[in-house]
Design a protein around this ligand. Structure first.
Ligand code: ATP
Ligand code: MG
Ligand code: FE
Length: 334
């Protein structure tokens, strides 16, 4: 089963062809970071226009690289939410046009489900039940995955997402956009024990990162007021450690509570090497296993959407041609 998948929920225009949910025949990702960098973040209206400019070329490139024609496709899949409405609409309209013109099934995929399925793309045999930590630019969710398409939301952030915290702190450290990779790079030269930033341990499995962001800001102000030299690498490393500590503790707690021997990571922040290593070593001490996708499948890409779509296709979970974008789509409604 060859599925053309389209992803335009934020600032990546991406199209992929995935066979049977495992074989990535192509995965074209046209990132708009250079366009948005000068604004220090994604500008929604600019993103929509850019998607519109790029979408047909990216789809053509995905087919070319896969060595296929439109006629070889069995289905077309698209992210219909959550995300920026104007951005989502470009992908949804393109996918509907392909489905209508070729008379093939249309599959609507939740972007977060796509992030989770980046794991099945590379490891289709993962054993259920799983605990998945979804850490991205807009979400920090602990999800119990009982079976394909069967989820329970165990906890989420009450304010900022983990990736959002990375981006905001990077901005005040003047590291540019996107912030996650820049902080990770700088942190390698710093001492993560240098500054004792606060960790918010809320009751249960919810997260909060806005206090940490404020603490970093206040630390910088204080140093500047006193005329003290700030070691930015130490700030980056100590901030990253504070985020990672909470993410690891809560994820392991969830795995314990729900008796899950297997933990998976998903979303852009899952590309973070410090988080991967810390979670793997802690889980290992308890006899649990941690898996994560290669970085290119952690950040936004269409291949993960093609994988999630394959399992929906097998279940006969198809979308009508009246499909619309749903910017606030929750994971559990999909
Ligand atoms: P969502 O998936 O919640 O809709 P999004 O699609 O914008 O949001 P992703 O593309 O999944 O988010 O991830 C982007 C986020 O991941 C950004 O906040 C970015 O800073 C962060 N990120 C990417 N690489 C790293 C890294 N190596 N370390 C930490 N954070 C990272
Ligand atoms: Mg992005
Ligand atoms: Fe994403």
């Amino acid at each position: 089963v060859k599925i053309l998948a389209i992803e335009t929920s934020c600032d990546e225009t991406s199209a992929a062809v995935v066979a049977d949910g495992v074989e990535v025949l192509s995965n074209i990702i046209s990132s708009q970071v250079d366009v948005h960098r000068k604004f220090g973040g994604v500008v929604p209206e600019v993103a929509s226009r850019k998607h519109l400019e790029l979408i047909n070329h990216v789809i053509k490139e995905a087919l070319d690289q896969a060595g296929l024609d439109f006629g070889d496709l069995d289905a077309v899949a698209v992210t219909h939410g959550p995300g920026l409405v104007g951005a989502l609409l470009v992908g949804v309209a393109a996918a509907k046009a392909v489905a209508f013109a070729l008379d093939i099934p249309l599959i609507a995929v939740n972007h977060l489900e796509g992030h989770i399925y980046a794991n099945f793309l590379v490891r289709p045999g993962l054993p259920f039940p799983l605990i998945c930590l979804v850490v991205s630019g807009g979400h920090t969710d602990l999800v119990l995955v009982l079976h394909h398409g069967d989820y329970r939301l165990l906890g989420s952030t009450r304010d900022d997402a983990a990736g959002e915290a990375f981006d905001k702190v990077a901005r005040v450290l003047e590291l540019g956009y996107p912030g996650g990779p820049a902080i990770e790079r700088l942190a390698r030269e710093g001492n993560e024990e240098a500054i004792d930033f606060p960790r918010a341990y809320l009751n249960g499995l919810d997260f909060s990162f806005s206090g940490l962001k404020t603490a970093v800001l206040q630390y910088l102000h204080r140093c500047r007021q006193r005329g003290e030299e700030v070691n930015l690498a130490d700030v980056a490393a100590s901030f990253q450690k504070a985020v990672v500590d909470v993410l690891v503790d809560k994820t392991v707690e969830a795995a314990r509570n729900y008796n899950c021997p297997t933990i998976i990571l998903a979303g852009g922040v899952a590309a973070n090497g410090r988080l991967r290593a810390a979670l793997a070593s802690r889980a290992c001490q308890e006899g649990r296993e941690v898996f994560y996708p290669p970085p290119v499948f952690c950040t936004d890409n269409a291949a993960m959407i093609g994988c999630a779509a394959y399992y929906k296709y097998l279940r006969g979970d198809l979308a009508p041609l009246t499909l619309n974008a749903v910017p606030g789509l929750p994971l559990l409604s999909s």
